[in-house]
Design a protein around this ligand. Sequence first.
Ligand code: PLP
Length: 378
Amino acid sequence: MFGNPSSRSHRFGREAEQAVERAREQVAELISANPEEVYWTSGATESINLAIKGVAYANPDGKRHIVTSGLEHKAVIDTCLQLADKGYQVTFLKPDSQGMICPEIVQDALTEDTFLVSLMHVNNEVGTITDTSTISEITRARGIVFHVDAAQSAARLPINTREIKADLISLSAHKMYGPKGVGALFVRGRRHFPIEPQMHGGNQERGVRSGTLPTHQIVGMGAAAKLANECRDQDMQVITALDTALRSHLAAIEYSFFNGNQEYRTPGILNVGFSGVASESLMMSMPNIAFSSGSACTSSHIESSHVLSSLGVPEQLANCSVRFSLGRYTNEAEVDFAAAHVAEAVNMLRQLSKGLKKQQPSKKNFKVPDETSHAVLA
Ligand SMILES: *Cc1c(COP(=O)(O)O)cnc(C)c1O
Protein backbone atom coordinates (compact mmCIF):
# COMPACT_ATOMS: atom_id res chain seq x y z
CA MET A 1 0.00 0.00 0.00
CA PHE A 2 2.36 2.63 -1.22
CA GLY A 3 -0.34 5.25 -1.77
CA ASN A 4 -0.30 8.35 0.41
CA PRO A 5 -2.97 7.86 3.08
CA SER A 6 -3.87 11.53 2.76
CA SER A 7 -4.57 11.25 -0.98
CA ARG A 8 -8.26 10.55 -1.00
CA SER A 9 -8.68 11.19 -4.69
CA HIS A 10 -7.43 7.79 -5.85
CA ARG A 11 -7.82 4.19 -4.90
CA PHE A 12 -4.17 3.74 -3.87
CA GLY A 13 -4.42 6.54 -1.32
CA ARG A 14 -7.76 5.34 -0.03
CA GLU A 15 -6.40 1.83 0.53
CA ALA A 16 -3.55 3.23 2.59
CA GLU A 17 -5.97 5.47 4.46
CA GLN A 18 -8.10 2.48 5.37
CA ALA A 19 -5.06 0.68 6.74
CA VAL A 20 -4.12 3.72 8.81
CA GLU A 21 -7.65 4.08 10.16
CA ARG A 22 -7.86 0.40 11.04
CA ALA A 23 -4.64 0.79 13.04
CA ARG A 24 -6.10 3.89 14.72
CA GLU A 25 -9.05 1.78 15.86
CA GLN A 26 -6.69 -0.89 17.19
CA VAL A 27 -4.70 1.61 19.24
CA ALA A 28 -7.92 3.24 20.45
CA GLU A 29 -9.24 -0.12 21.51
CA LEU A 30 -6.11 -0.84 23.54
CA ILE A 31 -6.82 2.18 25.74
CA SER A 32 -10.63 2.17 25.46
CA ALA A 33 -10.65 5.46 23.58
CA ASN A 34 -12.35 6.67 20.43
CA PRO A 35 -10.30 6.50 17.24
CA GLU A 36 -10.67 10.28 16.78
CA GLU A 37 -8.77 10.71 20.04
CA VAL A 38 -5.62 9.03 18.64
CA TYR A 39 -2.97 11.09 16.81
CA TRP A 40 0.07 9.50 15.15
CA THR A 41 3.57 10.64 16.01
CA SER A 42 7.10 9.29 15.57
CA GLY A 43 7.22 7.80 19.08
CA ALA A 44 6.59 8.57 22.72
CA THR A 45 9.31 11.23 22.74
CA GLU A 46 7.44 13.21 20.13
CA SER A 47 4.07 12.56 21.78
CA ILE A 48 5.46 13.89 25.06
CA ASN A 49 6.96 16.98 23.41
CA LEU A 50 3.71 17.66 21.59
CA ALA A 51 1.65 17.17 24.75
CA ILE A 52 3.75 19.30 27.08
CA LYS A 53 4.92 22.07 24.75
CA GLY A 54 1.68 22.00 22.82
CA VAL A 55 -0.38 22.68 25.93
CA ALA A 56 2.14 25.13 27.41
CA TYR A 57 2.37 27.27 24.28
CA ALA A 58 -1.36 27.24 23.61
CA ASN A 59 -2.32 27.78 27.24
CA PRO A 60 -5.08 30.36 26.99
CA ASP A 61 -5.08 31.44 30.65
CA GLY A 62 -1.45 32.47 30.67
CA LYS A 63 -0.72 30.16 33.57
CA ARG A 64 2.90 29.19 34.00
CA HIS A 65 3.22 26.33 36.46
CA ILE A 66 3.85 22.68 35.55
CA VAL A 67 4.02 19.75 37.98
CA THR A 68 6.03 16.66 37.07
CA SER A 69 8.48 14.37 38.89
CA GLY A 70 12.12 13.45 39.15
CA LEU A 71 11.23 9.91 38.08
CA GLU A 72 10.19 10.82 34.56
CA HIS A 73 11.82 9.80 31.33
CA LYS A 74 14.25 12.37 29.93
CA ALA A 75 11.73 13.20 27.23
CA VAL A 76 9.54 14.72 29.94
CA ILE A 77 12.30 16.13 32.14
CA ASP A 78 14.22 17.82 29.34
CA THR A 79 11.05 19.19 27.74
CA CYS A 80 10.07 20.70 31.09
CA LEU A 81 13.57 22.10 31.61
CA GLN A 82 13.35 23.67 28.17
CA LEU A 83 10.11 25.35 29.22
CA ALA A 84 11.70 26.43 32.51
CA ASP A 85 14.33 28.18 30.40
CA LYS A 86 11.54 30.05 28.70
CA GLY A 87 10.09 31.30 31.95
CA TYR A 88 7.71 28.52 32.96
CA GLN A 89 7.82 27.31 36.54
CA VAL A 90 8.35 23.59 36.96
CA THR A 91 7.95 21.55 40.14
CA PHE A 92 9.77 18.21 40.05
CA LEU A 93 8.07 16.09 42.69
CA LYS A 94 10.33 13.85 44.69
CA PRO A 95 9.12 10.26 44.96
CA ASP A 96 9.43 8.36 48.23
CA SER A 97 12.46 6.13 48.69
CA GLN A 98 10.70 3.31 46.85
CA GLY A 99 9.85 5.40 43.82
CA MET A 100 6.21 6.13 44.53
CA ILE A 101 4.50 9.43 43.74
CA CYS A 102 1.38 9.47 45.89
CA PRO A 103 -1.67 11.50 44.89
CA GLU A 104 -1.43 13.66 48.03
CA ILE A 105 1.93 15.14 47.10
CA VAL A 106 0.58 15.93 43.65
CA GLN A 107 -2.42 17.64 45.21
CA ASP A 108 -0.18 19.63 47.57
CA ALA A 109 2.00 20.86 44.71
CA LEU A 110 -0.88 22.38 42.73
CA THR A 111 -1.23 26.14 42.77
CA GLU A 112 -3.58 28.66 41.18
CA ASP A 113 -1.00 28.97 38.43
CA THR A 114 -0.77 25.24 37.58
CA PHE A 115 -2.05 24.37 34.11
CA LEU A 116 -0.38 21.00 33.50
CA VAL A 117 0.57 17.86 35.41
CA SER A 118 2.74 15.27 33.63
CA LEU A 119 3.48 11.92 35.26
CA MET A 120 4.41 8.48 34.06
CA HIS A 121 2.20 5.45 34.55
CA VAL A 122 4.95 2.82 34.90
CA ASN A 123 8.54 3.79 35.54
CA ASN A 124 10.98 2.39 32.99
CA GLU A 125 13.85 1.82 35.41
CA VAL A 126 12.21 0.43 38.53
CA GLY A 127 8.76 -0.59 37.28
CA THR A 128 6.80 1.27 39.95
CA ILE A 129 3.18 2.12 39.13
CA THR A 130 1.67 5.55 39.70
CA ASP A 131 -1.97 5.85 40.70
CA THR A 132 -2.83 7.90 37.64
CA SER A 133 -6.51 7.19 38.08
CA THR A 134 -6.77 8.97 41.45
CA ILE A 135 -4.49 11.77 40.27
CA SER A 136 -6.71 12.28 37.22
CA GLU A 137 -9.67 12.94 39.53
CA ILE A 138 -7.66 15.60 41.36
CA THR A 139 -6.51 17.40 38.22
CA ARG A 140 -9.92 17.19 36.62
CA ALA A 141 -11.60 18.74 39.66
CA ARG A 142 -9.26 21.72 39.30
CA GLY A 143 -9.43 22.03 35.53
CA ILE A 144 -5.75 21.18 35.11
CA VAL A 145 -4.61 19.27 32.03
CA PHE A 146 -3.11 15.88 32.93
CA HIS A 147 -0.61 14.13 30.69
CA VAL A 148 0.36 10.51 31.32
CA ASP A 149 3.48 8.95 29.84
CA ALA A 150 2.21 5.40 29.34
CA ALA A 151 5.05 4.17 27.11
CA GLN A 152 5.95 1.44 29.59
CA SER A 153 2.49 0.39 30.66
CA ALA A 154 0.66 -0.19 27.38
CA ALA A 155 1.82 -3.79 27.07
CA ARG A 156 1.71 -4.50 30.80
CA LEU A 157 -1.36 -2.95 32.38
CA PRO A 158 -4.84 -2.28 31.12
CA ILE A 159 -5.15 1.43 30.30
CA ASN A 160 -8.73 2.52 30.25
CA THR A 161 -9.27 6.17 29.41
CA ARG A 162 -12.60 6.01 31.16
CA GLU A 163 -10.86 5.14 34.43
CA ILE A 164 -7.71 7.14 33.98
CA LYS A 165 -9.28 10.47 33.19
CA ALA A 166 -6.07 11.89 31.79
CA ASP A 167 -6.40 14.42 28.98
CA LEU A 168 -3.29 13.29 27.15
CA ILE A 169 -1.58 9.89 27.02
CA SER A 170 1.69 9.16 25.24
CA LEU A 171 2.31 5.74 23.70
CA SER A 172 5.22 4.13 21.90
CA ALA A 173 4.97 1.20 19.47
CA HIS A 174 8.36 -0.33 20.21
CA LYS A 175 7.59 -0.60 23.92
CA MET A 176 4.83 -3.03 23.01
CA TYR A 177 6.70 -5.17 20.48
CA GLY A 178 5.86 -2.91 17.55
CA PRO A 179 8.25 -1.13 15.20
CA LYS A 180 10.53 1.68 16.31
CA GLY A 181 9.86 5.21 15.11
CA VAL A 182 6.11 5.38 15.58
CA GLY A 183 3.92 6.33 18.50
CA ALA A 184 0.64 7.95 19.35
CA LEU A 185 -0.80 10.70 21.46
CA PHE A 186 -4.25 10.28 22.93
CA VAL A 187 -6.04 13.61 23.22
CA ARG A 188 -9.28 13.40 25.10
CA GLY A 189 -12.56 14.35 23.52
CA ARG A 190 -12.88 16.96 20.88
CA ARG A 191 -9.89 18.89 22.16
CA HIS A 192 -11.56 20.88 24.92
CA PHE A 193 -8.20 22.54 25.52
CA PRO A 194 -5.98 23.91 22.78
CA ILE A 195 -2.74 22.27 21.65
CA GLU A 196 -0.23 24.17 19.62
CA PRO A 197 1.17 21.93 16.87
CA GLN A 198 4.92 21.40 17.10
CA MET A 199 5.23 20.26 13.49
CA HIS A 200 3.79 22.47 10.77
CA GLY A 201 3.13 21.57 7.17
CA GLY A 202 0.49 19.62 5.31
CA ASN A 203 -2.07 19.67 8.13
CA GLN A 204 -2.26 15.91 8.53
CA GLU A 205 -3.76 14.58 11.75
CA ARG A 206 -6.30 17.40 11.76
CA GLY A 207 -3.55 19.97 11.88
CA VAL A 208 -2.16 18.72 15.20
CA ARG A 209 0.79 16.94 13.62
CA SER A 210 1.79 17.59 10.03
CA GLY A 211 3.82 15.14 7.99
CA THR A 212 3.02 12.32 5.59
CA LEU A 213 1.81 9.35 7.60
CA PRO A 214 4.17 6.33 7.55
CA THR A 215 1.56 3.71 6.64
CA HIS A 216 3.83 0.72 7.28
CA GLN A 217 4.88 1.96 10.73
CA ILE A 218 1.34 2.79 11.72
CA VAL A 219 0.01 -0.58 10.57
CA GLY A 220 2.78 -2.15 12.67
CA MET A 221 1.75 -0.18 15.71
CA GLY A 222 -1.88 -1.15 15.18
CA ALA A 223 -0.96 -4.82 14.98
CA ALA A 224 1.17 -4.50 18.12
CA ALA A 225 -1.74 -2.84 19.95
CA LYS A 226 -4.12 -5.56 18.87
CA LEU A 227 -1.72 -8.26 20.08
CA ALA A 228 -1.06 -6.41 23.33
CA ASN A 229 -4.78 -6.31 23.93
CA GLU A 230 -5.20 -10.00 23.21
CA CYS A 231 -2.05 -11.32 24.89
CA ARG A 232 -1.58 -8.99 27.84
CA ASP A 233 -3.12 -11.15 30.54
CA GLN A 234 -1.45 -14.32 29.34
CA ASP A 235 1.89 -12.50 28.83
CA MET A 236 1.78 -11.03 32.29
CA GLN A 237 1.08 -14.39 33.87
CA VAL A 238 4.17 -15.86 32.27
CA ILE A 239 6.26 -12.75 32.97
CA THR A 240 5.21 -12.73 36.62
CA ALA A 241 6.41 -16.31 37.06
CA LEU A 242 9.71 -15.54 35.31
CA ASP A 243 10.11 -12.38 37.36
CA THR A 244 9.64 -14.30 40.59
CA ALA A 245 12.20 -16.88 39.50
CA LEU A 246 14.76 -14.29 38.41
CA ARG A 247 14.21 -12.27 41.56
CA SER A 248 14.86 -15.23 43.81
CA HIS A 249 17.98 -16.27 41.88
CA LEU A 250 19.36 -12.73 42.17
CA ALA A 251 18.34 -12.33 45.80
CA ALA A 252 20.43 -15.41 46.55
CA ILE A 253 23.58 -13.63 45.42
CA GLU A 254 25.42 -12.21 48.41
CA TYR A 255 24.93 -8.49 49.11
CA SER A 256 22.33 -8.00 46.42
CA PHE A 257 19.58 -5.42 46.88
CA PHE A 258 16.51 -4.34 44.92
CA ASN A 259 15.55 -0.80 44.04
CA GLY A 260 12.01 0.55 43.88
CA ASN A 261 8.80 -0.59 45.49
CA GLN A 262 8.64 -4.37 45.22
CA GLU A 263 4.90 -4.48 45.81
CA TYR A 264 3.58 -1.76 43.51
CA ARG A 265 5.59 -2.52 40.43
CA THR A 266 4.90 -4.32 37.22
CA PRO A 267 6.66 -7.68 36.97
CA GLY A 268 9.16 -7.65 34.14
CA ILE A 269 11.20 -4.62 35.21
CA LEU A 270 13.69 -5.67 37.85
CA ASN A 271 16.22 -3.20 39.22
CA VAL A 272 18.88 -4.95 41.24
CA GLY A 273 22.26 -4.04 42.65
CA PHE A 274 25.28 -6.01 43.79
CA SER A 275 27.21 -4.13 46.39
CA GLY A 276 30.78 -3.44 45.34
CA VAL A 277 30.29 -4.45 41.71
CA ALA A 278 30.07 -1.57 39.27
CA SER A 279 27.23 -1.98 36.81
CA GLU A 280 29.49 -1.09 33.89
CA SER A 281 31.93 -3.91 34.70
CA LEU A 282 29.10 -6.36 35.13
CA MET A 283 27.66 -5.42 31.77
CA MET A 284 31.02 -5.57 30.06
CA SER A 285 31.68 -9.02 31.46
CA MET A 286 28.45 -10.37 29.93
CA PRO A 287 28.06 -9.05 26.39
CA ASN A 288 25.75 -11.93 25.53
CA ILE A 289 23.09 -10.87 27.96
CA ALA A 290 21.00 -7.82 27.10
CA PHE A 291 20.49 -5.85 30.29
CA SER A 292 21.20 -2.26 31.19
CA SER A 293 22.61 -0.12 33.88
CA GLY A 294 20.34 2.62 35.02
CA SER A 295 22.95 5.06 33.91
CA ALA A 296 23.77 6.71 30.65
CA CYS A 297 27.43 6.21 29.98
CA THR A 298 29.23 8.69 27.80
CA SER A 299 32.77 8.17 26.67
CA SER A 300 34.28 10.42 29.29
CA HIS A 301 32.17 9.90 32.37
CA ILE A 302 29.51 7.71 33.88
CA GLU A 303 26.35 9.54 34.75
CA SER A 304 24.29 8.00 37.53
CA SER A 305 20.67 7.14 36.89
CA HIS A 306 18.54 10.23 37.58
CA VAL A 307 15.71 7.89 38.55
CA LEU A 308 17.70 6.11 41.26
CA SER A 309 19.09 9.38 42.52
CA SER A 310 15.57 10.83 42.77
CA LEU A 311 14.70 7.83 44.97
CA GLY A 312 17.60 8.82 47.16
CA VAL A 313 19.66 5.72 46.34
CA PRO A 314 23.25 6.71 47.23
CA GLU A 315 25.40 7.18 44.15
CA GLN A 316 27.70 4.33 45.15
CA LEU A 317 24.79 1.89 45.22
CA ALA A 318 23.16 3.38 42.12
CA ASN A 319 26.39 2.75 40.24
CA CYS A 320 26.16 -0.91 41.25
CA SER A 321 22.58 -1.28 40.00
CA VAL A 322 21.41 -2.89 36.80
CA ARG A 323 18.02 -3.54 35.30
CA PHE A 324 16.61 -6.68 33.76
CA SER A 325 13.53 -6.64 31.58
CA LEU A 326 11.39 -9.64 30.79
CA GLY A 327 8.89 -9.77 28.00
CA ARG A 328 6.58 -11.85 25.89
CA TYR A 329 9.47 -13.69 24.27
CA THR A 330 11.58 -14.39 27.35
CA ASN A 331 11.67 -17.99 28.53
CA GLU A 332 12.68 -19.87 31.63
CA ALA A 333 15.93 -21.17 30.15
CA GLU A 334 17.03 -17.61 29.41
CA VAL A 335 16.22 -16.50 32.95
CA ASP A 336 18.25 -19.39 34.39
CA PHE A 337 21.10 -18.72 32.00
CA ALA A 338 21.19 -15.02 32.86
CA ALA A 339 20.94 -15.60 36.60
CA ALA A 340 23.75 -18.17 36.60
CA HIS A 341 26.01 -15.89 34.59
CA VAL A 342 25.28 -12.89 36.77
CA ALA A 343 26.12 -14.87 39.91
CA GLU A 344 29.36 -16.07 38.36
CA ALA A 345 30.35 -12.63 37.09
CA VAL A 346 29.55 -10.94 40.41
CA ASN A 347 31.77 -13.44 42.22
CA MET A 348 34.55 -13.09 39.69
CA LEU A 349 34.49 -9.28 39.89
CA ARG A 350 34.47 -9.33 43.67
CA GLN A 351 37.44 -11.70 43.72
CA LEU A 352 39.26 -9.46 41.30
CA SER A 353 38.53 -6.45 43.44
CA LYS A 354 39.77 -8.24 46.59
CA GLY A 355 42.92 -9.27 44.78
CA LEU A 356 43.57 -5.69 43.71
CA LYS A 357 43.07 -4.41 47.21
CA LYS A 358 45.53 -6.94 48.62
CA GLN A 359 48.14 -5.94 46.10
CA GLN A 360 47.71 -2.26 46.61
CA PRO A 361 49.58 -1.72 49.93
CA SER A 362 52.72 -3.41 48.70
CA LYS A 363 52.70 -1.99 45.21
CA LYS A 364 55.57 0.41 44.73
CA ASN A 365 55.89 0.92 41.05
CA PHE A 366 52.88 -1.16 40.22
CA LYS A 367 50.05 0.85 38.80
CA VAL A 368 46.55 -0.56 38.81
CA PRO A 369 45.24 -0.21 35.27
CA ASP A 370 42.88 2.73 35.12
CA GLU A 371 40.08 0.86 33.46
CA THR A 372 39.96 -1.80 36.14
CA SER A 373 40.18 0.61 39.00
CA HIS A 374 37.31 2.67 37.71
CA ALA A 375 35.28 -0.39 36.90
CA VAL A 376 35.62 -2.20 40.20
CA LEU A 377 34.43 -0.18 43.14
CA ALA A 378 36.35 -0.71 46.36
C1 PLP B 1 10.96 4.60 25.85
C2 PLP B 1 10.24 5.60 26.65
C3 PLP B 1 9.97 6.88 26.13
C4 PLP B 1 10.43 7.30 24.75
O1 PLP B 1 9.76 6.57 23.77
P1 PLP B 1 10.27 6.54 22.25
O2 PLP B 1 9.13 5.96 21.50
O3 PLP B 1 11.47 5.67 22.24
O4 PLP B 1 10.56 7.94 21.85
C5 PLP B 1 9.29 7.75 26.94
N1 PLP B 1 8.89 7.41 28.16
C6 PLP B 1 9.13 6.20 28.69
C7 PLP B 1 8.64 5.87 30.06
C8 PLP B 1 9.82 5.25 27.96
O5 PLP B 1 10.07 4.06 28.48
